[in-house]
Every structure is written in structure tokens, then in C-alpha cells.
Ligand binder design. Structure first.
Ligand code: UD1
Ligand code: MG
Length: 452
């Protein structure tokens, strides 16, 4: 249900200078999507009235990547600080509605922690998400007097004594539109960086005797921000770890979790085994009893029950039925559909092809734009010549066809059921009825003088 009293503002206009990259910080990838998209997805899970996104430059690039229709884009012309970012909202803020501020560079924040924060706002004017951490590094420090929060001091403005404080500001907070409007107007930029800090509203609120509450996130890792590539790599590891733990808990065997990379989502049955160095991208679905060998890269594919995908197999947009054996070193490209009990072996490339029940293509072949019947054997080194330099043409192979090694089938071409094509044959004409097909060649054997 939509919370009509709550709005979310995501700050994403910062230059991200510390990333040392031409690419906007919040568009860098974490797992399977941009850092900012993680924050947007979290925001969507809160079911607020509106989601505002404060951006600054590269609008076209942002719009091409962040495509959510729910977002209201607000431009911060000059990145003069987080306080100035909120100031862009000044005429939009509604006195009697609440505003949750999220940072676009803090992607691990959880729905549970945010719900806790929203709940805590009920009894106060501003509610902050803070944490007690061992090594507070560059976070803003929470200053308290007799237990009461009086201000937040930024790392670059803090005294040595203040730097020893372990309670840090996550940056995430919630306040009413009225509070935010009245206090943001009065933020000054008298600090080391000459920036307007949104965190200064805490001191302004304290002076005006507003009630300020602080609560902690469920897990301190949630509030790790990304300001440089070291932090990005740390967060990537945490993100992976969380997803891998969930898979392990749901019964998947992962032989070397630190070398497994899940860049998307995995739906799976029982008895799944994933070996060393596997990468799963996009949406992958595995049935029961699927084994994935070392070094496989599987993207946006569905694999049925009792399948074995052997080492270093690459596949994208592929559908595999039950009891299939693939690899090692197979390359299955988009539009490959393998029916039950098929076997694909090493150095076989397949694209836009349906392979029928119990057919085998075990060595060194290329099959493109084709349909292969049941119980077909395609010999080593066979090539479907599907491209004439201008267009792609189809190859249709019937059931029980046996193709010997090193054959070429020049498409468009159709081969009748039960045909046998002899090794080394180039087939250029349709085979309309069960036949033995071979090219007439004369074998010459000349006696030679041996070298010794
Ligand atoms: C901020 C907080 C700090 C907190 C830390 C947690 C302030 C002043 N400081 O510091 O107390 O401990 O986060 O990670 O807020 N942004 C804009 N417009 C700007 C500047 C920044 O939209 O003009 C956005 C950035 O894109 C980013 C977020 O605001 O998503 C935070 O900015 P950043 O520069 O990363 O602040 P921190 O130094 O991390
Ligand atoms: Mg930051």
C-alpha cells in the first residue's frame, strides 16, 4: 500500500571526484546493476508517494540507464553540496508530508532498516540513521551533549578529539517538509570545503529545540558509502557474499564461494553443484540436479533437470531441457534450444538452432540458423555454412540423420530423415529422401621415397 504521507529524495548529483573516473560515480556497476539502481529499487520497495532524484550532469546518459518511470528528476545546477541539493526541492516540499533522504552512493541499505527509521520518526521532528563503528574513517561524526544529538561534524572539519567519536552519520534521515524547508534555507557554507552540508540542519534543529532521534541500521555494512574504487570493491564483495550466503542456505553447493560471481538472479531446484570460477549473469534458472563445471559463464539461460555443464562452457539466451551434457568448452549463443538428452561437446558453437531429442554434436562444429531432428549425429568439424556474405539462411536436418566428420552444409538446405552424409562431403542441394550422400573424389596414393 502506498504511504501517501512519505516522499523519498535520492541525492545523486555529486561529481564523485574520488572515483577518478569520467563515468558518473552512481552509474558504476555493483553486481548486476548501477549503484544508483540499487538505491532506487530500495526506494520503490518502501511504496512512498513520490521518488525525487537529484542529478547534475550527463542527463542523457542517466536517462538511458535509469529508466524507471516513477522517478521525478530534479536538476542541481551546481554541485555545491548536499544541503544545496535539498535546496533544489524547496518549492516542492510540502509542510505536512515527510521526506526520506537517501544517498545514491549507499546501495546496501535494507528495507528493514529504512522501515525502522520511518517508524522512529513518528515521535520526533528528525530521525537519523547513525551507527557505532570501530573505524569511522571519513564519515561525519555525531556530536552529543548529555546524550542529546547537537550536531554532525564532517570529517574534514572535525577536531582530533571529534575524530575519536565512533558514532557516525549514515547520511540517511527523515524529516517533515516543513522542518526541511525552514532549516535548509539557513544552511551556510562556512566549512573547509565551502559546501552547503545538509548535515548542518541537525545543529539548526537542535537550536530550535526540535526533537532529534537516532536509530541504527540492522547491519552496519548497510551504510557503507562508495566514494572511491576501493570502497566499490569492498561493497561488491559484501554484496556477493550476501547473495552467495542466501544460495548456500537454500541448499546450493558452491565449491569455492569466493570465486563464484552471481551478477543477477538465480532460481534453482535441488542438488545444484557449482564449481570454481563460475559466473552467472542476468536471469538464470536451473532445474534439479544440475552440475556446473569450473569457469562456466551462463547468462539469461534456462537449464532443465539432470544436466551437466562441463568446464569453460559459455552460454547466453539458451534453453536446455532435461538430461543434457554440455561441454567442456562449448559456446551456446542466443536462440539455442536443446531438447532432452542432447550432448554438445568441446569447441562446438551453436546459434539460433533447435537441437532435437538425443542428438549429438560432440566436437569442433559450427551450427547456425538451423533445426536438427531427433537422434542426429553431427560428426567432428562439421560446419553449417549459413552466411553468403549478405544474408543468413537456414539448415533443416530430419530425424536419425548421420553426418560424418568434416562436412559442410551450404544453406539454405534441407536434409531428409535417415540420410547418411559421408565424411568430408560438401552438400549444396536439398536431400529429399533417405539417401547416402557423398562427393565423388578420387583418392590418389603415390609411393614416395622415405627420408631415412
Ligand atoms: C556524506 C555526509 C556524511 C556521511 C556520509 C556517509 C554530508 C555533508 N556528509 O558525506 O556526514 O557520514 O555521507 O556516506 O552530507 N550529492 C549531491 N549534490 C552535491 C553533493 C553530493 O547530490 O552537491 C550527492 C552525491 O551524489 C552522493 C551523496 O550526495 O550520492 C553524498 O555525497 P558525498 O559527496 O558522497 O558525501 P560524503 O562525503 O560521503
Ligand atoms: Mg559519499
Amino acid at each position: 500500500m502506498i504511504n501517501k504521507n512519505l516522499n523519498i529524495i535520492i541525492l545523486a548529483a555529486g561529481k564523485g571526484k574520488r572515483m577518478n573516473s569520467n563515468y558518473p560515480k552512481v552509474l558504476h556497476t555493483l553486481g548486476d546493476k548501477p549503484i544508483l539502481q540499487h538505491v532506487i529499487d530500495l526506494a520503490k520497495s518502501i511504496h512512498s508517494k513520490q521518488i525525487y532524484l537529484i542529478y547534475n550532469h550527463k542527463y542523457k546518459l542517466f536517462k538511458s540507464i535509469i529508466t524507471d518511470p516513477y522517478i521525478i528528476w530534479i536538476k542541481q545546477k551546481k554541485t555545491l553540496g548536499t544541503g544545496n541539493a535539498i535546496y533544489q526541492m524547496i518549492n516542492i516540499l510540502k509542510n505536512d508530508e515527510d521526506y526520506l533522504i537517501l544517498y545514491g552512493d549507499m546501495p546496501l541499505i535494507s528495507n528493514k532498516s529504512i522501515k525502522k527509521l520511518i517508524f522512529s520518526k513518528k515521535k520526533s521532528s528528525i530521525s537519523l540513521l547513525t551507527a557505532i563503528i570501530k573505524n569511522p574513517e571519513e564519515y561525519g561524526r555525531v556530536i552529543r551533549e548529555k546524550g542529546k544529538i547537537t550536531k554532525i561534524i564532517e570529517f574534514s572539519d572535525a577536531t582530533k578529539k571529534q575524530l575519536k567519536i565512533h558514532e557516525i552519520n549514515s547520511g540517511i534521515f527523515i524529516a517533515s517538509g516543513k522542518t526541511l524547508k525552514n532549516l535548509t534555507k539557513n544552511i551556510k557554507n562556512q566549512n573547509t570545503n565551502k559546501e552547503y552540508y545538509i548535515t548542518d540542519i541537525i545543529y539548526l534543529a537542535y537550536q530550535k529545540k526540535h526533537k532529534i532521534t537516532a536509530i541504527h541500521p540492522i547491519d552496519n555494512n548497510e551504510i557503507k558509502g562508495i566514494n572511491n574504487k576501493v570502497q566499490l570493491s569492498i561493497i561488491e564483495k559484501l554484496y556477493q557474499q550476501k547473495k552467495i550466503n542466501n544460495l548456500l542456505l537454500s541448499g546450493v553447493t558452491i565449491y569455492n564461494p569466493s570465486n563464484f560471481n552471481l551478477k543477477g538472479t538465480l532460481k534453482h531446484g535441488k542438488n545444484i553443484e557449482i564449481d570454481y570460477g563460475v559466473i552467472l549473469e542476468g536471469h538464470v534458472i536451473l532445474g534439479n540436479s544440475v552440475k556446473i563445471g569450473p569457469g562456466c559463464v551462463i547468462k539469461d539461460s534456462i537449464i532443465g533437470n539432470n544436466c551437466s555443464i562441463k568446464a569453460y562452457t559459455i552460454m547466453e539466451k539458451v534453453t536446455i531441457s532435461n538430461n543434457c551434457i554440455i561441454g567442456p568448452f562449448s559456446h551456446l549463443r542466443h536462440g539455442t534450444i536443446l531438447k532432452n538428452n542432447t550432448q554438445i561437446g568441446n569447441f562446438v558453437e551453436i546459434k539460433e538452432t533447435i537441437v532435437g531429442h538425443a542428438s549429438k554434436i560432440k566436437h569442433l562444429s559450427y551450427l547456425g540458423n538451423s533445426k536438427i531432428g531427433k537422434k542426429v549425429n553431427i560428426g567432428a568439424g562439421t560446419i553449417f555454412c549459413n552466411y553468403d556474405g549478405k544474408k543468413k539462411s537456414n539448415t533443416i536436418i530430419g530425424n536419425n540423420v548421420f553426418i560424418g566428420s568434416n562436412c559442410q552444409l551450404v544453406a539454405p538446405i534441407t536434409i531428409a530423415n535417415d540420410t547418411v552424409i559421408a565424411a568430408g562431403t560438401t552438400v549444396i542441394k536439398n536431400v529429399k529422401e533417405p539417401s547416402l550422400v557423398y562427393n565423388k573424389k578420387k583418392e590418389i596414393q603415390k609411393k614416395i621415397k622415405t627420408l631415412k
